[in-house]
Ligand binder design. Structure first.
Ligand SMILES: Cc1ncc(COP(=O)(O)O)c(C=O)c1O
Length: 545
């Protein structure tokens, strides 16, 4: 007898209840307010509708308790190794954030101190990213790297359009070039702002990132710029900004095309300056016009903060800038949305002051050391490691020349290939051959039962048949926790050895029915033009970061 009949959990719960008001909960689900009393913790919660605003409120304490209990079902941020986003700040930072949580950074007149702190952050980052002293670097806080990337792309698009108009040429068909490993924000920019997205396929042999030599064939007179990724979301590899720039110099010499570079340093912007001082990726490279980073990744602030800086004010066309008048003077803005919380910006400055350059460096060194430890542990067992920060810098590698100078200092990240503290890995060929019934994604599922969140992804276009598990080593993933993680990964992998996996195949099937999720999820077939052929395909993966 088959046990696979679909069970509607909501219906089962509703029937199991004795409360008269919830009898019809199932019918109300699609057609009206659902009074499903899954909130049993407190009497006040039992009558609350879930999808309409309650007519009468409940006491603050009860509202808190209901939501406190419900959010306890979320994963544990400490064990969320899928995310680049920072999840821990010291008590003093938390206090400062709470003190400023009610301030809107756009209210310059009311909160001038927050605005001044914002400007100082921009200035500190311009210095960190080697903005030339003779130019006027300019920048802004954003909601995250995604908004920053939109702004960087828009600035390049506008400059291209103006140049084309001035030359009397077509300015309606812009394109942008970046690797297929790009995070979804880059594709979003292209699609939302009508720019053709030219994705450079990646190769497994090249670390699943864009090879600048391959990018050249995608560039033409309609290319508004190339986005180079400093810290691939998949493996942490750094794309080669200097080589891209050199190749574009050659191209300019041959064709006259002057193609700018935007660096997506969402994660690398707060790693590279501290531990790879010789690597040329920032405003030192003349072709780099703008750089984004996420304050909430290795900037070490909670979710909600990104940054973008341009090498010089002249790179922003005046049409993109809006004026705000305050205290008798004029301020200029270039952002997608108006209001933004001031507290993340203040928290960023707290980190700059509290950690200083040496503090950021110390933490990055530790994260990279822990990543190497994890990489080696995995590599010596059942896995092939795809990230490269544990490989000694080769003579052909960006930093090979320093090998030998500091060989005794094995902690120096410059002795290894540059990259993010990320460990991407897959089951080794030998393991797969010996255990053909085992699917790698089961490791993700089994780790979750122990609390760890370690995603299993497909590699980007060009190498999409490779699956990889990925661990982001943030400060909170201490050496001690890595030891636990290794033990758990090995135990799980060994438990799968020789298994036919029937039970796992059932366990790891996608969840078919989640009443609460489904209620809010749109139906794809209802989207405008959904039945038209030629639906835009998303080629990158939607990162969980
Ligand atoms: C390389 C890269 N670019 C952009 C983003 C988007 O960043 P955010 O989440 O700050 O919008 C990410 C997020 O992981 C990323 O890894």
């Amino acid at each position: 007898m088959s046990l696979s009949r679909h069970i509607d959990a909501e219906e089962v719960i509703a029937k199991a209840k004795e409360h008269p008001h919830t009898k019809h909960a199932h019918h109300a689900r699609r057609h009206g307010p659902a009074k499903v009393s899954t909130w049993k913790h407190d009497e006040e919660g039992t009558e609350l509708p879930k999808y309409t605003i309650p007519k009468h409120g409940i006491p603050s304490r009860s509202a808190y308790q209901l939501l406190h209990d419900e959010t306890a079902l979320d994963g544990n941020p400490l064990l969320n190794l899928a995310s680049f986003v920072h999840t821990q700040m010291p008590d003093d930072a938390n206090k400062l954030i709470l003190e400023n949580i009610n301030k809107n950074i756009v209210d310059l007149e009311e909160y001038p101190a927050a605005s001044i702190i914002h400007n100082r952050c921009v200035s500190m980052m311009a210095d960190l990213w080697k903005a030339p002293k003779d130019s006027k670097a300019i920048g802004t806080a954003t909601a995250g790297s995604s908004e920053a990337i939109m702004l960087g792309g828009l600035a390049m698009k506008k400059r291209w359009q103006e140049a084309r108009k001035a030359a009397g040429k077509d300015h309606y068909h812009p394109n942008i070039v970046f690797g297929a490993n790009a995070q979804v924000a880059l594709e979003k920019f292209a699609r939302y702002f009508d720019v053709e997205c030219r994705l450079v396929p990646v190769k497994a042999t090249k670390g699943f990132i864009m090879d600048p030599r391959d990018a050249l064939q995608f560039i033409d007179e309609n290319t508004i710029g190339v986005m180079v990724i400093l810290g691939s979301t998949y493996t942490g590899h750094f794309e080669n900004v200097q080589l891209m720039s050199d190749l574009l110099d050659d191209l300019q010499e041959k064709s006259g095309l002057d193609i700018p570079i935007h660096v997506d340093a969402a994660s690398g912007g707060f790693i590279a300056p501290f531990v790879y001082p010789r690597l040329k990726w920032s405003f030192e490279v003349k072709r780099v016009v703008s750089i984004n980073t996420s304050g909430h990744k290795f900037g070490r602030v909670y979710a909600g903060l990104g940054w973008i800086l341009w090498r010089d004010e002249s790179l922003l066309h005046k049409d993109l800038i809006f004026e705000l008048h305050y205290l008798g003077s004029t301020e200029y803005t270039f952002t997608l949305n108006f209001s933004k919380p001031a507290s993340p910006i203040i928290a960023q400055m707290y980190n700059f002051l509290n950690l200083g350059f040496e503090g950021y460096k110390r933490i990055a060194i530790r994260d990279l050391r822990n990543s190497r430890m994890l990489s080696r542990a995995l590599e010596s067992t059942y896995f092939t490691v795809l990230s490269n920060i544990h490989h000694p810098a080769t003579s052909t590698g960006a930093l090979g020349h320093i090998l030998g100078h500091a060989a005794d200092d094995t902690d120096n990240p410059e002795l290894y290939e540059p990259g993010l503290p990320v460990v991407s890995f897959r089951l080794s060929e030998e393991f797969q051959k010996a255990n053909p019934g085992v699917q790698q994604r089961w490791i993700q599922v089994l780790l979750k039962t122990k609390g760890w969140i370690v995603p299993n992804y497909s590699a980007p276009m060009g190498a999409e048949n490779v699956e990889m598990l990925r661990v982001v080593v943030r400060e909170s993933l201490t050496e001690d926790l890595i030891e636990r993680l290794v033990v758990d990964i090995l135990e799980i992998t060994e438990s799968l050895q020789g298994s036919e996996g029937t039970m796992m195949a059932t366990m790891s099937k996608p969840v078919v029915h989640q009443p609460d999720h489904e209620h809010g999820r749109p139906d794809k077939t209802n989207f405008g033009d959904a039945d038209q052929p030629g639906e835009a395909k998303q080629s990158g993966f939607s990162s969980r970061c």
